[in-house]
Design a protein around this ligand. Structure first.
Ligand code: NAD
Ligand code: IPM
Ligand code: MN
Length: 371
C-alpha cells in the first residue's frame, strides 16, 4: 500500500496523553500489513507558544500542507490564558482551520450500546442514536469583520464581533450536509436564528434554494437554534443530519456529546474543498473536547474521541473502511466488557486509565484480527 503522510499535533493538556494511544493503533495497522504511515510531529497551541513564541509556527503549517491528513489533540490551558488574545493557543487552532480552508466540520454523535446507560439522559432517549452535526468552520461570527475591542472618546469600551456569511459559504456547507444525508437518512435539519438575525435569514433562503435545485430527494427542515438545543436533549433521534453555523455548531456539538455519554467519546473531521487541479483536499481530524486541564497529566483522559477521529481519517481521507470498522468494532467489544475511563464510568464497570484503555483496545484488535 502507498504510504500515508500523517502530521500529528498533540498540542496541550490531555492532547499529548491521548495521542500516543492513537499512534499505537497506527503502529498496529502497520504491523498487520494494512497500511504504511509516515508520521511527522508538529507544534501547535501552548506547546508551540512555549517553544517558538506563537501558537501556529510556519513550520507546522508547511508540514500540514505537505501531509495527507493531520491529527490534532487539543490546545489551550490556564498557563496561557493571560496572554494577549492574538497569540493565545486557541488562535493556533482557528488559524490552521482557516489557512487550510477547512470549512466543513463533521461531528457525528453515535451512542455505543454499552454506553446508552452512561448518558445523563434516559436509556430510551439515546439508545441507537446516530446523528451527524455539520458545522461551518471557517466563517460566521468566528471570523467576521468588523471585530475587536475599542475605547470610545467618552471612555466607554465597546466589544464587537460580526456574524457574516456569503452565499458561496452557505451553499458549500449545505452541499456537504446534503451529500452526507444522501448516504444516510436523507433528512437535513438546518439550524439558524432566522427570526432575529438577517445573516441567518440568508442562510435559510440559500439552504431552501440548494435543496430545490440540487437535492430533490432530501427532506429539508429548519429549526431555530434555541429550540434545536432543547430538541437535542428532548428527542435527539428525530435528527439525521444537522447543518449549522460555526458558533451554533460549536455549542450544539458539545450538547450532542453528552448524549453519547461523554465529551471524551466525540470525534470530528474538518475538511476542505478538493483542489480543482490536483484533487487534493486538506483534512484535519480532532476530538471535539478540549485540553481538559482539570484532569491533564494524570492518565485519566478518555482516548476514544481521538481514536475515533483517527477512524474518521481512515474513512474520509484514506478510504480504509475495513480498517476503520475493525477499530470501531474493537472499541465496541472493550466497552461491552465494561472497561471504562472515569468519564464514562458506570457501576460494576472496570475503571482504567488512558494508557490501559489503549492496551485493552489493542488486545481486542489482536483478537478480532486473529478470528
Ligand atoms: P474541555 O473539553 O477541555 O473539558 C470540559 C470537561 O470535559 C472537563 O471536565 C474535562 O475533564 C472533560 N473532558 C474533556 N475531554 C475529556 C476526555 N477525553 N476524557 C475525559 N474527560 C474529558 O473544555 P474546557 O474545560 O472548557 O476547556 C479547556 C481548554 O481547552 C480551554 O483552553 C479551551 O479553550 C480549550 N479547548 C480546546 C479545544 C480544541 O483544542 N479543539 C476544544 C475545546 C476547548
Ligand atoms: C472546538 C473548540 C474551538 C472552537 C476553540 C478551542 C477555538 O471549542 O473545536 O469546538 O470554538 O471551535
Ligand atoms: Mn467547542
Amino acid at each position: 500500500a502507498d504510504t500515508k503522510k500523517v502530521l500529528v499535533l498533540p498540542g496541550d493538556g490531555i492532547g499529548p496523553e491521548v495521542m500516543p494511544q492513537v499512534v499505537r493503533v497506527m503502529q498496529w495497522l502497520e504491523k498487520a500489513g494494512k497500511a504504511k504511515f509516515e508520521l511527522t510531529e508538529g507544534l501547535i497551541g501552548g506547546a508551540a507558544i512555549d517553544a517558538t513564541g506563537g501558537p501556529l509556527p510556519v513550520d507546522t503549517l508547511e508540514k500540514a500542507k505537505a501531509a495527507d491528513a493531520v491529527l490534532l489533540g487539543a490546545v489551550g490551558g490556564p498557563k496561557w490564558d493571560d496572554l494577549p488574545f492574538d497569540i493565545k493557543p486557541e488562535r493556533g487552532l482557528l488559524g490552521i482551520r482557516k489557512e487550510l480552508g477547512l470549512f466543513a466540520n463533521l461531528r457525528p454523535a453515535v451512542v455505543f450500546d454499552a454506553l446508552a446507560e452512561a448518558s445523563t439522559l434516559k436509556l430510551e432517549v439515546v439508545k441507537g442514536l446516530d446523528i451527524m452535526i455539520v458545522r461551518e468552520l471557517t466563517g460566521g461570527i468566528y471570523f467576521g469583520q468588523p471585530r475587536g475591542i475599542e475605547t470610545l472618546p467618552d471612555g466607554t469600551r465597546k466589544g464587537v464581533n460580526s456574524l457574516v456569511y456569503t452565499t458561496p459559504e452557505i451553499t458549500r456547507i449545505g452541499r456537504v450536509a446534503m451529500d452526507l444525508a444522501m448516504k444516510r437518512g436523507k433528512r437535513v435539519c438546518s439550524v439558524d436564528k432566522a427570526n432575529v438575525l438577517e445573516c441567518t435569514v440568508l442562510w435559510r433562503e440559500e439552504m431552501i434554494k440548494l435543496q430545490k435545485e440540487e437535492y430533490p430527494e432530501i427532506e429539508l427542515s429548519h429549526m431555530y437554534v434555541d429550540n434545536a438545543s432543547m430538541q437535542l436533549v428532548r428527542n435527539p433521534k428525530q435528527f439525521d443530519v444537522v447543518v449549522t453555523t460555526n458558533m451554533f455548531g460549536d455549542i450544539l456539538s458539545d450538547c450532542a456529546a453528552m448524549l453519547t455519554g461523554s465529551l471524551g467519546m466525540l470525534p470530528s473531521a474538518s475538511l476542505g474543498a478538493a483542489d480543482a487541479t490536483t484533487g487534493k483536499r486538506y483534512a484535519l481530524y480532532e476530538p471535539v473536547h478540549g485540553s481538559a486541564p482539570d484532569i491533564a497529566g494524570q492518565n485519566l483522559a478518555n482516548p476514544l474521541a481521538t481514536i475515533l477521529s483517527f477512524t474518521m481519517m481512515l474513512r474520509y481521507s484514506f478510504d480504509m473502511m475495513a480498517e476503520a470498522d475493525l477499530i470501531e468494532q474493537a472499541i465496541q467489544v472493550v466497552l461491552n466488557k465494561g472497561i471504562r475511563t472515569g468519564d464514562i464510568m458506570q457501576p460494576g464497570a472496570t475503571r482504567v486509565g488512558t494508557k490501559e484503555m489503549g492496551d485493552a483496545l489493542l488486545a481486542e484488535m489482536d483478537a478480532l484480527a486473529a478470528a
